[in-house]
Ligand binder design. Sequence first.
Ligand SMILES: [Zn+2]
Length: 57
Amino acid sequence: MQVTAVRQVECPQCGARRSISIPSDDVELKPGRSDAAFDERRRVTCSNGHAYWIQVR
Ligand SMILES: [Zn+2]
C-alpha cells in the first residue's frame, strides 16, 4: 500500500498524540470500530499504552 500522508491522532483516553500513516490526505479520521474493514482502520498504541482504532475513510 502506498503511503502518501501522515496525520496526527489523539488518544481518546489520555489525549497523547501520535502520527499515523494514511493512504490519502483526503480522508476523515475518527475513532474506529473494530469491525470496520481492515484496510479502513489503523490500530494505534499511544505512549501510555492505550490501544485504540482509528477509522480511515
Ligand atoms: Zn493514551
